[in-house]
Design a protein around this ligand. Structure first.
Ligand code: ATP
Ligand code: ATP
Ligand code: MG
Ligand code: MG
Length: 265
């Protein structure tokens, strides 16, 4: 870079290097997707094609960055868990969040064009995303963060399924359905769905009830500390070659994490 008397302006830049040795989770969320979904006429409560677009875009991101251990998504949001020791962009927060938000947008549009060739994206309604990075100090808080999002997915889906079933199967208006569900707990909604709409919530598709998990699967635990250069190269190769799977499973219970000890190292 050429030296000039203007270069001092560089000193005004501030950078947040995310705390080393912590678990970074990057969360992206679609901006104004309530309006986006009505503009492109998503099926309510769950448009499966739109979910496919989100899931494939997130899968492309996971494949692009071997430092991502797993991702979890529902509706217009996705969480990406990075390796505790990862050094992607030197852990610079602004680089990380801007890159993830942009990759989400670009892959979303590419996948959209394949899935919704009949509904091209228009300039006035673009699928933009914001992103934030949160660092978690230990395995428990990471798990609680993912659990929180899966519980949210479940609660929203149960409500939305009940709401739209009352409208479509019982001929209620939106206002009537809302009043009808006021003050009900989960078991009430299960009962309403069953007795009034003939729907057994347990039989609803797993992708709607549980959201989507994308996970890097290894055959064996990858060592992470005190590695020689050769070992580092071998681990990095294994990471790039690891199979990436898309699942719709419970991530609140212990089983998922116990079967994959590498996720939380
Ligand atoms: P913000 O910009 O604050 O995030 P938002 O309108 O995107 O606002 P969210 O809380 O993120 O609000 O909610 C996303 C909304 O997008 C959902 O409430 C739902 O209406 C809609 N949506 C997203 N994905 C789907 C889908 N696959 N099927 C049907 N609706 C969807
Ligand atoms: P801003 O976007 O201006 O920072 P905010 O953080 O309060 O404001 P958003 O995160 O954009 O709002 O809100 C989108 C929706 O997601 C809200 O309904 C909010 O309750 C929910 N939400 C907020 N924080 C999180 C989070 N860390 N993970 C998942 N959902 C969240
Ligand atoms: Mg949103
Ligand atoms: Mg959202």
């Amino acid at each position: 870079m050429a030296n000039s008397r203007f270069e001092y302006v560089k000193q005004f830049e501030r950078e947040n290097f995310l705390l080393p040795q912590t678990h970074i989770v990057i969360r992206v969320d679609g901006k104004g997707f309530h309006k986006f979904s009505s503009h492109y006429e998503f099926e309510k409560p769950n448009d499966i094609r739109a979910l496919n677009v989100m899931n494939r875009a997130a899968l492309a991101i996971v494949k692009q960055f071997p430092d991502i251990q797993m991702a979890y998504g529902d509706s217009d949001e996705y969480l990406f868990l990075l390796r505790r020791t990862c050094d992607l962009f030197e852990r610079r927060e602004m680089k990380l969040v801007s890159t993830f938000a942009l990759f989400m947008l670009v892959y979303y549009v590419m996948e959209w064009n394949l899935e919704f060739a009949d509904k091209p994206i228009v300039m006035e309604r673009l699928p933009t995303f914001d992103a934030r990075a949160v660092v978690y100090p230990n395995a428990q808080t990471v798990r609680d963060y993912f659990s929180w999002r899966q519980v949210d997915c479940h609660i929203n889906n149960l409500y939305n399924t009940s709401f739209w079933s009352l409208i479509e199967k019982c001929g209620m208006t939106g206002q009537e359905a809302e009043n009808f569900l006021l003050g009900t707990v989960s078991s009430d909604k299960n009962e309403i769905l069953f007795s009034k709409c003939g729907i057994n919530y347990n039989n609803e598709p797993e992708i709607f009830k549980k959201g989507t998990v994308i996970v890097r699967e290894y055959q064996e635990l990858q060592p992470t500390t005190d590695l020689s250069e050769r070992q580092k190269q071998r681990v990095s190769k294994a990471r790039k070659k690891a199979q990436v799977k898309t699942l719709h499973v419970d991530i609140i219970k212990d089983t998922f994490w116990e079967e994959r000890p590498w996720l939380l190292e």
